[in-house]
Design a protein around this ligand. Structure first.
Ligand code: G1P
Length: 324
């Protein structure tokens, strides 16, 4: 096990659930905020400590009982899927050198879950990307999970709570996170009321409406969507009926809002833990620090190293010390 704490889904021991079979992972973005790295390396393959974000998502999906990862890729980003392929030669070399742990790491992604590629030919938005994955679902699946690989939601296991909510209240269930008011314009924002039911150990609210990246003054609350969605299969029909929205893109938020306006029940699980945004260096670096500190192998040396970096930085910038 890589981490000694609760930083991975597997470490959570989350229970299997029959309710989610396919997890859609939109991974077709260009990763422009990570240039120049993303000239040749897809953003989803950048590592958190040593494990690519896409494998962390595969681990979370497998831990909630899913069988299939439908990875939505752009035509030039299909190398992401190679991460789930077989690397027999590399495994053999690692084993020959007595590096069993490394050999296991090589095999792991492919063993976690069946990953299938879905191609999104044009970058028409998150809603369009999710819509492309309809073909990957089995005919018996009445719901689909969506996990955005930019979002690390910790501790893992929030999808299990969302499944519980759908089992009791039906409809679709999303994950909400409270942010400060000046951050709301980066997210889909919820308009919520109390739910008719209560759940043990976590808060659930009913969603009356949802708006994509509103101006601060128009935001209905400070509860925003993080990248975990459990959506009724009706989402695909709604996605076919929406028009381009914010940024001229087909927005998943707008399809959910359309379903709500037609009477579809939508609830949120209010997440009380941590969240890291792997979508830009400003969030990716703290994620690596956090996972690194909790890592059995690297944490013990990283902790004093970080303290020294911070002490040196504060010596260079004494004016910052009283500010924080
Ligand atoms: C997407 C969604 C947004 C959501 C966010 C969570 O936005 O459109 O509603 O709040 O993910 O990370 P993006 O970050 O892709 O612009």
């Amino acid at each position: 096990m890589r981490n000694s704490t609760d930083h991975t889904a597997a470490a959570q021991g989350t229970s299997a659930s029959a309710s989610v079979k396919t997890v859609v992972v939109p991974a077709a973005g260009m990763g422009t905020r990570f240039l120049p790295a993303t000239k040749t390396v897809p953003k989803e393959l950048l590592p958190v400590v040593d494990t690519p974000g896409i494998e962390l998502i595969a681990e979370e999906a497998a831990a909630c009982g899913a069988q299939r990862l439908a990875v939505v890729v752009a035509p030039n980003k299909e190398e992401i899927m190679r991460h789930f392929g077989e690397f027999e030669e590399l495994q053999k070399i690692m084993n020959r050198r007595g590096k069993k742990e490394q050999a296991d790491k090589v095999a792991r992604a492919g063993e976690l879950i069946e990953a299938v590629a879905v191609t999104q030919d044009e970058p028409l938005g998150l809603g369009h990307a999710v819509g492309c994955a309809e073909q990957a679902l089995g005919s018996d699946e009445d719901a689909v999970a969506v996990m955005l690989p930019d979002d690390l939601v910790l501790p893992a296991g929030v999808m299990d709570k969302m499944v519980q909510v759908r089992e009791r209240l039906g409809g679709s269930v999303l994950c909400a996170f409270n942010v400060s008011r000046d951050e709301v314009s980066n997210y889909g924002v919820f308009d919520v009321v109390d739910a008719d039911a209560s759940f043990d150990g976590f808060d659930v609210l009913q969603v009356r409406g949802m708006v994509e990246k509103p101006a601060v003054e128009d935001a209905p609350s400070t509860l925003v969507a993080t990248g975990r969605y459990l959506l009724d299969r009706g989402i695909f029909d709604a996605l076919r009926r929406i028009e381009p929205g914010k940024g001229g893109e087909l927005q998943l938020t707008d399809a959910i809002e359309l379903m709500i306006s037609e009477g579809h029940p939508v609830h949120v699980v209010v997440h009380e833990g941590k969240r890291h945004d792997l979508g830009n260096p400003g969030g990716y670096i703290p994620a690596n620090v956090d996972f690194g500190l909790h890592d059995e192998k690297y944490g013990p040396a990283l902790y004093p190293a970080l303290k020294k970096i911070i002490a040196d930085f504060e010596a260079e910038h004494p004016e910052l010390i009283n500010e924080n």
